[in-house]
Design a protein around this ligand. Structure first.
Ligand SMILES: Nc1ncnc2c1ncn2[C@@H]1O[C@H](COP(=O)(O)OP(=O)(O)OP(=O)(O)O)[C@@H](O)[C@H]1O
Ligand code: SF4
Ligand SMILES: [Mg+2]
Length: 360
């Protein structure tokens, strides 16, 4: 009997050992340091981390939007094609068609002196060669799809005539115009209030599912990733420190930074969101980073070996990976924490309150 071989599907997007550096007057900014991940068709990957962790730089690298001064190395493959080679060759109708991006601030993507319908139509005319009248009709249809009321009136309005939430919907419509297979949404909601934020995120999620798109959802809030992402990559100081499927990441995390991020989520809707404990301290400078775990000064588990080089991310891409010597939820982690609590201070000098007797 013939044995049928079932080969695993190839990822839609594959990133390997990505490094991005910016030469500046202060020295070289090591913005992205050895990032590797895969994204499969139809899935959502959330990239989560505090401000300055390298999320937007990673996204802009994928979209070929970095300034010329940036030094980039590593491989980015989209559907078997070398993305950096496509960019270097000036390939048209790839960025903005196959892969598109929604930015943090909608005004960076909108032209203030052009009617919103015209702006969407221009994308369709440039990339897909549509006629002006077809493109305008399609623009109106897209505004309707992203939930903009009275789309026939809105097409002829200028960005400043719309609220922040509507403007962000226009940007989403523009990003979806050419039916991309991959949408990168970079904190698409920071410019709007919490209720509008939730509506926009739900809209993106619905449109993604309807169209079978893949999505990279970039956020500083793990709560945003919860329920929307299939996989989560946690970024700190330009490195991935933990990657896993969403369930593992939320309920069986290993990295102390992931644990600290979870505790800092300001929502109550869900059992994992029951506390609000901001992470003390700040992320490190990316110029001359120390040859140590970058999280050590803020980590309640830190021991002397954490200051002896940068911990490697364990395991293979696609598996649960984490970069920590005393992982939370393990005996090593528990022992490190107990030692630090007894001493009242970690090996990196962070003061810890001692547990009250009987509180364990
Ligand atoms: N063009 C540039 N020149 C020099 N440094 C840069 C440049 N762009 C980004 N950086 C630096 O790279 C680091 C990562 O920036 P990035 O914008 O990726 O952070 P982020 O994770 O997106 O943060 P936020 O949540 O605030 O958007 C930061 O230290 C930033 O100052
Ligand atoms: S235990 Fe050590 S290696 Fe792990 S995050 Fe804390 S400082 Fe880094
Ligand atoms: Mg950013």
């Amino acid at each position: 009997m013939a044995v049928e071989s079932v080969s695993a599907p190839a990822p839609l997007l594959s990133v390997r050992d990505l490094h991005v550096r910016f030469p500046t007057e202060r020295g070289t900014v090591n913005a992205v340091n050895g990032v590797s991940f895969d994204l499969y068709e139809g899935r959502t990957l959330a990239i989560v981390g505090e401000s300055g962790s390298g999320k937007s730089v990673t996204a802009k690298t994928l979209m070929n939007l970095l300034p010329r001064t940036a030094h980039v190395s590593g491989e980015v493959t989209y559907d078997g094609q070398d993305v950096r080679a496509l960019a270097a060759a000036g390939t048209k109708h790839f960025f903005g068609v196959q892969m598109t991006m929604v930015f943090q601030d909608p005004m960076t993507s909108l032209n203030p002196v052009k009617k919103v319908g015209e702006q969407i139509a221009e994308t369709l005319r440039y990339h897909l060669g549509r006629s002006r009248s077809d493109a305008l009709e399609e623009a109106e249809h897209l505004l309707d799809q992203v939930g903009i009321p009275e789309p026939s009136r809105r097409v002829s309005q200028y960005p400043h005539e719309l609220s922040g939430g509507l403007r962000q919907r226009v940007v989403i419509a523009m990003a979806l115009a050419c039916q991309p297979r991959l949408l990168i949404a970079d904190e698409p909601t920071t410019a709007v209030d919490v209720t509008v934020q939730k509506h926009l995120l739900d809209l993106l999620d619905r449109l993604r599912r309807d169209r079978g798109m893949s999505m990279i959802l970039i956020t500083h809030d793990l709560g945003v990733a919860h329920g929307r992402a299939d996989d989560v990559a946690v970024m700190y100081a330009g490195r991935l420190v933990e990657t896993a499927d969403a369930r593992t990441l939320f309920f069986d995390m290993r990295h102390p930074y992931t644990e600290a991020l979870l505790r800092s989520i300001p929502r109550i809707e869900d059992p994992v969101h029951h506390r609000l404990d901001p992470i003390p301290g700040r992320p490190p400078e990316l110029v001359d980073p120390p040859d140590a775990c970058a999280f050590a000064p803020r980590c309640i588990y830190a021991r002397a070996d954490c200051l002896d080089g940068v911990p490697e991310l364990s395991g293979l891409v696609g598996l649960h990976r984490f970069a920590c010597l005393h992982p939370t939820g393990t005996e090593r982690g528990e022992a490190a924490l107990a030692t630090n609590r007894t001493a009242g201070v970690t090996a990196a000098g962070l003061s810890l309150p001692q547990e009250a007797p009987g509180s364990g």
